[in-house]
Design a binder for this molecule. Structure first.
Ligand SMILES: Nc1ncnc2c1ncn2[C@@H]1O[C@H](COP(=O)(O)OP(=O)(O)OP(=O)(O)O)[C@@H](O)[C@H]1O
Ligand SMILES: [Mg+2]
Length: 347
């Protein structure tokens, strides 16, 4: 009988993983193998996107290619799901490098636009600051930078002595925004190389101070631009924002899967616009009830906060005054969010 290890490596190079489109070998999905009698037992690592059909295809192809390579016994596949597969290293993309002086990067993301991602990112940054952490904010939303508005920033970063951009200090946060780099109202077509060069600028040409956390407002969606951004920024943990209705949740799941595929831990989901508090007491649920809560339970991800729909949140955002939300249940939800994230930061 030929050496099973070499047969397996031949077969793994030929079996295509239907999820990544690469061979099992390239995608690094074969975790190990053992021989028991005339059975070759192969451990294949699968992620959430490997549905039963994908697994069946892998198992069938493995059996076929192992037989072709000369294995005459049976083949059994064990699926290991302990950790999601890391994105196969894309030859064109260098791995994200840590930002000097920055302890952790917390990405706030959403599948769908307009769900309150920037609002949550700003409130999270302010909440972490209130817990005594040194916090920075990076507004990397190429489609609609809103940090300057939401924090009331009217100045632009200056170039420091080292030739690097110095973040603008606003409300105790070290801030950089893509809005500082592009003219307001100028349409910009964001192609991959352009996104890459802007990300590089943020990571290498900004003189970030010592930070416990850099909160990043990522562009909404899961397309190429978002993927480039998520691959380039050294994200420590991601937070997904969704409203409770199905159209937002479907996109939120895409966001979740994107981070899982990239090997970025998803720290939790924030349900925004979860309800509206009626003047006479009681709650109305204009966007549906507890959709993100159910999603979090289904995906096994913590629900970090439920933020009510509150006119003061909108007004505070427009006025560039995060504290303008008052001290009601919205403020309580944001405090809970900041406390949970600070726990993850170990700060
Ligand atoms: N819980 C809330 N209650 C009331 N208004 C809210 C709430 N959350 C967000 N808003 C308002 O909704 C609008 C959209 O929010 P925001 O800009 O934060 O969303 P976004 O997901 O970042 O959008 P985009 O995809 O355009 O970047 C803003 O005017 C904001 O003030
Ligand atoms: Mg936004």
């Amino acid at each position: 009988m030929p050496d099973p290890t070499s047969l397996l490596s031949q077969a793994a190079a030929r079996v295509r993983d239907p999820v990544s489109g690469r061979s099992l070998a390239e995608a690094g999905l074969v975790d190990g193998a053992s021989v028991e009698g005339n059975v070759l037992r192969v451990q294949v690592r699968v992620g959430p996107d490997h549905d039963p059909e994908a697994r069946a295809r892998i198992a069938a192809a493995l059996g076929r290619h192992l037989a072709e390579a000369g294995w005459s016994g049976a083949v059994d596949v064990d699926w290991s799901e302990a950790s999601a597969p890391r994105a196969p290293a894309d030859p064109g993309v260098e791995p994200a490098r840590p930002i000097p002086g920055v302890h952790a990067v917390v990405a706030v993301a959403s599948g769908k636009g307009g769900v309150g991602k920037s609002t949550i990112a700003v409130q999270l940054a302010v909440g972490l600051r209130d817990l005594g952490l040194n916090v920075g904010m990076l507004d990397a939303d190429i489609y609609g930078p809103s940090l300057p508005t939401m924090l009331g920033i009217h100045t632009r970063p200056e170039v420091g002595s080292g030739g690097k951009l110095v973040p603008v200090l606003a409300r105790g946060l070290a801030c950089m925004s893509i809005g500082f780099l592009v003219e307001e109202g100028t349409p910009v077509i964001w192609r991959g190389p352009l996104v890459m060069s802007v990300v590089r600028q943020f990571l290498e040409e900004v003189d970030w101070p010592e930070l416990d956390a850099l909160v990043v407002d990522l562009p909404p969606g899961t397309g190429d631009a978002q993927l480039t951004m998520a691959q380039r920024v050294p994200i420590t943990g991601a937070i997904i924002v969704s409203t409770p209705q199905d159209v937002a949740l479907i996109d939120a799941v895409r966001g979740l899967k994107m981070f899982e595929r990239l090997g970025v831990p998803v720290w939790g989901i924030v349900e925004n616009m979860a309800w509206y508090e009626l003047p006479g007491g009681g709650r109305d649920h204009p966007f549906g009830e507890a959709g993100a809560q159910r999603l979090a339970a289904r995906e096994g991800v913590p629900l970090l906060a439920q933020v009510p729909l509150d006119g003061r949140i909108r007004a505070a955002g427009d006025a560039g005054d995060p504290a303008g939300i008052g001290d009601g249940s919205a403020a309580g939800a944001f405090r809970a969010l900041a406390t949970a994230v600070a726990g993850r930061l170990g700060r």
